[in-house]
Structures are given as C-alpha cells and as structure tokens.
Write a protein that binds this ligand. Structure first.
Ligand code: CA
Length: 231
C-alpha cells in the first residue's frame, strides 16, 4: 500500500483528500502546518506528498525545496491561487505537479496514481542499473561490483592486482597485450617496478583459474609478445 503525506492547513480539505485517497487503498497521514509537515516528510517513508502552498509557519515553497534536497519522491503542490502556482513553476523548486483549488477529489486521486506509476517505473529502472557488473567467459565469472571471481561456480580468492589483471584481460578477449602494456594498465605509469611483476601475477592467476597450468585454456602466452585471453 502506497503511503501519502498530506500537508494542508485547512482541515476540511485535508480530510476530504484523505477520504478519497483511502477509498483508493492509499495509506494517508495529515500534517496541518509546514514545520511538522516537513519533519514528517523527512522521517516518514512516504511514496508521495500532497503539499499545500500557503501554510502557517513554513510555507510550501520552503517545504518543497527542503524535501527536494533529501528526497526525490513525487510532490504534488496545491494552491488556492493560480498566480501562486505560476510562481512556484517559475521557481523550479522541483514539484512534480500543480493543482489549483478547488479541484475534484477524483482528479487528485488520478494524478496521485499517475505520479506513483511513473515514479515506480523510474525507481525500477534505477534498480536495474544497480545490478552487479558481470564479466562471464566460459567457466569464469567475474563480479566486478563485488570483486569476486568464480571458476565453474566455485569462488577463488584473488589479490587486488590479480583481480584487476584478470578482469582487464577478460574484458579484452582475443587481444594480445605486451607485458609493458599490462604493467602500465594495471600498475599505472607512476609505479616503480618491473614488468616481471606481470609474469608473476599471470602465473598466480593461472594457478587459480586453469585446470592444467602447463596447458592454459584461458590466458595464453604469445611467445615474444605477451598475453591473450582466449575466448
Ligand atoms: Ca493553505
């Protein structure tokens, strides 16, 4: 059930809005002034806020601005004056919609539903983007987000540089890199070291990923050139 906060000083209007929203299966909380409205908006886990513009104490302009600094939930602003609505739009406070009083409660419900659907779609897309970044080649599965490596479903521990080197090669399969290139890529230009480090790390990676290190199936040595991740 979606949770709606109504911040409205005219109690009769607030009650009417609440009744219609509750009839449509929303859970509703009312606050009658700007200060307690803002406080409730910040601490409560609301899905949408219906915010009156003219409020005692802190007005709707300020409440909207402060909520926006912390939360991106839909804010539906209402006002008795059309001029005020135009002013709010002009200020770009980040409200999602505006309604001029008096409005029909059914219209409020319709707009609340539309904004919640839209918001859920946006949040859904956001969650999808947060999925872990995975590189998968044959039996190797590299979870770049969690920095974990699985070989045929079994997790193996890698040091930071081993992980970076394996991931880099796996992300550029079938390309030959010289030890110099790999050293610069993984250890950085500023690093002091020698390219033998690359050889040592390749050996360690092979011990973890290859069934037979004498016949590597993943990281191939190209004699006289460097290494290549076979696809
Ligand atoms: Ca008012």
């Amino acid at each position: 059930m979606s949770k709606i906060l109504i911040v409205e000083d005219e109690e009769a209007i607030a009650d009417l809005e609440r009744d219609y929203l509750e009839m449509n299966e929303f859970s509703v909380t009312i606050r009658n002034d700007g200060v307690s409205g803002l406080e409730e908006a910040m601490k409560g886990n609301y899905d949408l806020i219906v915010l009156d513009l003219m409020l005692p104490g802190l007005d709707g302009f300020e409440v909207c601005k402060r909520i926006r600094e912390e939360k991106n939930i839909p804010i539906l602003m209402v006002s008795a004056k059309k001029d005020d609505i135009d002013k709010v739009r002009g200020l770009g406070l980040g409200a999602d919609d505006y309604m001029t009083k008096p409005f029909s409660p059914n219209e409020l419900v319709a707009r609340v539903k539309a904004h919640l659907t839209r918001y859920e779609r946006l949040v859904g897309a956001g969650v999808a983007k947060q999925e872990n970044d995975i590189v998968e080649i044959r039996g190797i599965r590299i979870d770049k987000t969690a920095r974990r490596v699985f070989i045929n479903g079994e997790e193996r521990a890698f040091t930071t540089k081993e992980f970076d080197l394996l991931t880099f090669l796996a992300e550029h399969p079938n390309r030959v890199f010289t030890k110099d290139e790999l050293f610069r890529e993984i250890w950085g230009m500023e690093s002091i070291g020698d390219i033998a480090t690359v050889t040592v790390h390749i050996k360690k990676i092979r011990e973890k990923v290859e069934e037979d290190t004498a016949k590597p199936q993943y990281i191939e040595t190209i004699w006289g050139v460097g290494y290549r991740f076979k696809i």
